[in-house]
Design a binder for this molecule. Sequence first.
Ligand code: DSN
Length: 431
Amino acid sequence: MLNFLTADPEVLKIAKLEIERQQTNLELIASENFVSLAVLSAAGSVLTNKYAEGYPGKRYYGGCEIVDMAEDLARERLRKLFDAEYVNVQPHSGSQANMAAYMALLKPGDTILGLSLDHGGHLTHGSLVNFSGQIYRAVPYTLNKETKVLDYNLIEDIAKREKPKLIVMGASAYSRDWDFAKFRQIADSVDAMLMCDIAHPAGLIAKGLLSNPLPYCDVVTSTTHKTLRGPRGGIIMMGKDRENPLGIKTIKGDRLKLMSEIFDGMVMPGIQGGPLMHIIMAKAVAFGEALQDSFTGYAKQIIKNAQTLAGELINYGYDIVSGGTDNHLMLVDLTKKDLSGKKVENALGAAGITVNKNMIPFDSKSPFVTSGIRIGTPAVTTRGMKENEMKIIASYIDRAIRNLDNETELISIRKEVAELCGKFPLYPELN
Ligand code: DSN
């Protein structure tokens, strides 16, 4: 693939450096993964050349017969993967999927309830620095102060007091499973619509390893590039058998058509123009991969790895928020160690271990400093690493944190990290 970049040495150099960085570092950012060469090829294909505003069979441009096949294939595979009734594969990102969902269901000024950003929520779940907190009246819910897990009584109290039009579930840094039925009950008790953003655990939910929100939600959004291991992008889905959330009376069979028109129309022309057809084809490839039985083994291993890593870190004396993990990630609370996430992120970076600093619930430090780091296992699991490697990684993390200011020790860990990575080759075809 890089052969084609030889005419542009400046870009070739950047591409080579990034391949090398990915190959030689331990990628523990919970929202990242390594796509297959097939996904990479589709994302780099000639479909990037095609304008295709509209939807299959109903485009504003000629010459869309072939890209229609790509989008139909992506839609069909995604429907199958989540047993969904309605899907839209055009959102360029998770944020745009969320924006389209909100704009389809809400009016400016309506109240939304979402998990607070500093308790693991996402910017688009009502943060004041994001459109979601500026266009809508956003009220946050938080985790329980003692247990650091979702507190359904608290959420119910907030919902009863604030009467939201939409309750948003989902998180970017929460390691426990969700009781979606309980949320539905809360939403019904205040006549609210219910949405879930499954960007992080989508691949685990698709394989039945975590609770599935589709039967309970009016709409479900996701990205495609985290545990789902596809290209960067967003999707919107609706499960089967729910009434339409806007309460418009339909006879059975019309619901899909109506909601498709509402959500499809809000994605394009509502907030987007031409879809990224190369990315949609790459999504089709990734959904095809996720449908295979082997993906179940991969998804199971992500969770086993996260649980092993969390257990090891606890043994080394670290606090894991909520005491452990049910999914692909964990939040390490550094308060007891009197360290900031920023300092630890930098030290681990110097040791060849990539993580991100992250607020912990009730954090006293700013988002630029933080009292925690977030660690995830999807990418290292893709490399083939298992429980044994998680134990080694935990020991590296502990050593690096105990030697934050010892450059020689950090460089020595970095060498060991590169050796470990060398045993689990990544993209050797690109060398
Ligand atoms: N930036 C993503 C994450 O890291 O979780 C969410 O958008």
